[in-house]
Structure formats: C-alpha cells, structure tokens
Write a new protein. Structure first.
Length: 389
C-alpha cells in the first residue's frame, strides 16, 4: 500500500515506539504514587511536557495533557466560556467538528456563537473578525491549518486583533504542529490544541497550550491530576511517546518540511498537468506542506477512494472524523463549491515516510482510476471526457 492519508493519522515513528516500551512493560507505576515506580513515571511525564512545550516555544507549566485534539478543543471552548456565562464566541465556518459540535452545544446553552465566512480559498477576512467583535466576545477560535484543504489562516493578524481587544485567542493547530514552525509567544496565541498521532506519535494523547495567567474551568473532575484541570490516571506510555514525537519533530522540522513540500509539489504539478478537468482546492501558496486537495469533475470521490484502495493507495475525501456522519463537506460548502465539485473531491496528504517513487506511482494509478470512473460517469457528455492516454 501507498499511504497518502497522513492528515488522518501518521505512522508511529520507531524511535517513538521504543521510547514507550519501558512504560508498557517495566515502568508501570502510577505517577501519583510516592514510591520509586510512581516517581519514575511522574518524572517521565514532566520530561515529555518539556518536549511538547519546546516544540511551540511554550513553558512546560503551560501544557495541559489531554486525550487528543478533540478534548483539547472542547476544554478550550467550554473551559473558557463557562467562566463568563452567556458570552460570545467567534469561530469560522470551516472548523473541525471538534470545534463546531461544542459550539452547537454552547448555542443550546444560550451562548452566542458567530461563524465567520471564508473566501474561495478557505481563508477568513480579518476585517470580518474585527467587525464581529462585541462587548460580549470573550473567545475567538480559528484553526491554524485546515484539515481538508490545507489552507493556513492569517494567525498572527487574527491574534493581533484579539490582543488589541483583550479577547482570548484559541487555535486548533492539530494539522499544523510539527509540520511548520509555530511560536506561540511570537504569534500571540493564548490557547492551542495539539494531537500526537498527527506527528508520528501514538493515538489517544494530545495537549492544550494555555498561556500562563489564563483561568480555565476543568472539564474532567476527579483526583486532581494535571494541576486539577484534567483528572484521571495519566497514560504514561502515550505521554512519553508524544513527548518523543515532539522532540523529533522539532529537531527535524526544516528538513521534513522541505522534503514533504517537495513531494507535494511534484504530486500537484503532475496531477494538474496529466488529468484534465481537475482543480487544486485551497490556497495555492498559504497551505500546509503535506496537503494536496483536488476536485475531479465527473467523478464521485468515494468511488475514487474505493478504486484507489483496490490499486493499493490509501486516500480520503476529507476529515476522517466526519466519515461516520455521511455528510457533505461543510468546508467545501462554505467555500461556495457546487454539489458536483464537493462529491468529486479527493485529499492526498503526504508524510515523511513517502518517497518520489510512490508519488509517481500514485499519479499513474490516479490517471487510470479517474479515467475508468469517467467512462461510466453520468456527466460524461457534459464534460466531453476523453482518454488520458
């Protein structure tokens, strides 16, 4: 198989796996215990916390360890909102469901939520944000890089507007952390969500950066772990693996970013040149280095994924977290795409374990798969599909 669904999940790095093994076998103590086993586990967690913090230039004390991006997003939204009853949140129309669903619940609880529109590239206009801010606004949450189309938002400008109005700014950076440089202090970010399995770490672990001095309500109550903000016995092995993944990402950031972007650019250029009636979605330049999202007119994206899978390529139409809901992409709808454009979409996301040969093979297989589907497409006459040979 050629794996090109790295936005959904990445292969765990062997070094990461090896770092976890002692805490799955020999060092099995509870971090809250005061004996040697417990102390060693606690020490391992604090080391990982430093590794996570260093990747985004935060302080270790500013890192709240969670079960992943979804919990981090929920904690940010609900933890801040509950401090100010009936306040207002501003977000975008193309956020991940881990933002949109908590926002829907807050609306039911009589909070005011504003959903900013995006342009044809999936980018918000900071002026729209400026105009929507009111006396009730206490939190703005805009994702760093979109999980479907890869477009990167003007985060520094958004943070500046929030800081000027003394409004907290949260960003879902699950798809961006470990792929591009992120410095929370330079950018002016107050809260930021991270997920381990997007950067070659284990699943089921993540973090929420909370800037020092920000008061947040805990979402999970119990024994008082994580300074009372997230109770529950810590998943030591996964936390250790997450920390190691962050360390590797930081040490190899520029090299990996250049390598993945080079593969992505080859993929985009060859697909656009060799498969007619195909468009690249998202911003052409301001996009995550590993993301390539296309629309193939006259092709059903789900049929294409099945056919690619038969040919040995793993791809997706968009967010893996939305597959069970069987709904059309809200991201592409917000960008003004027609139903036909939405259903013909395909996301290919590259990782550091891919190579040029796989990219070239993917293009050839994709050409064949698209051609086969277009031959039986109900839009065959409308677009005058011709052979790609």
């Amino acid at each position: 198989m050629i794996y090109l669904d790295n936005a959904a999940s990445t292969q765990i790095h062997e070094t990461v796996l090896n770092s976890m093994l002692p805490y799955l076998k020999d060092q099995y103590g509870n971090p809250s215990s005061i004996h040697r086993y417990g102390r060693l586990a606690h020490k391992a967690i604090e080391k990982a916390r430093k590794q996570i913090a260093s990747l985004i230039n935060a302080e270790p004390s500013e890192i709240l360890i969670t079960s992943g991006g979804t919990e981090s997003n929920n904690t940010a939204l609900r933890g801040i909102s509950m401090k100010t009853p009936l306040s207002q949140i501003i977000t975008s129309s193309i956020e991940h469901d881990a933002i949109l669903e908590p926002c829907k619940k807050l609306i039911q609880d009589n909070f005011d939520v504003v959903f900013l529109p995006v342009n044809q590239f999936g980018i918000i206009d900071p002026l729209d944000l400026q105009n929507c801010i009111s006396e009730k606004t206490n939190l703005v949450s805009i994702m760093f890089g979109n999980n479907e189309i890869g477009s990167i938002q003007p985060i520094a400008e958004i943070a500046k507007i929030c800081n000027e109005h003394k409004i907290l700014f949260h960003t879902d950076a699950v798809q961006a952390v470990g792929k591009i440089p992120i410095n929370v202090k330079e950018l002016g970010i107050d809260l930021l969500s991270i997920s381990s399995h997007k950067l070659y770490g284990p699943k089921g672990i993540g973090a929420l950066y909370i800037k020092k001095g920000i008061d947040i309500d805990p979402v999970i109550l119990g024994g008082g772990q994580e300074h009372g903000l997230r109770s529950g016995t810590e998943n030591v092995a996964n936390i250790v693996g997450f920390g190691k993944a962050c360390e590797l990402a930081q040490n190899n950031l520029n090299e990996n970013m250049y390598y993945v972007k080079k593969l992505r650019d080859i993929l985009i250029e060859n697909i656009l040149n060799e498969i007619p009636k195909t468009t690249l979605n998202g911003h052409p330049k301001s996009r995550l280095p590993n993301n390539a999202h296309f629309t193939f007119l006259g092709v059903n994206g789900e049929d294409l994924i099945i056919k690619l899978d038969e040919y040995g390529i793993a791809a997706s139409t968009g967010s893996a977290c939305s597959v069970n809901t069987q709904k059309a992409s809200h991201v592409l709808q917000a960008m003004g795409f027609s139903h036909e454009q939405i259903t013909g979409s395909l996301r290919l996301t590259i990782g550091m374990f891919n190579d040029v040969k796989e990219i070239e093979q993917t293009v050839e297989i994709l050409k064949k798969a698209v051609q086969e589907l277009r031959l039986v497409s109900p839009f065959k006459e409308k677009y005058s599909f011709v052979s790609n040979n």
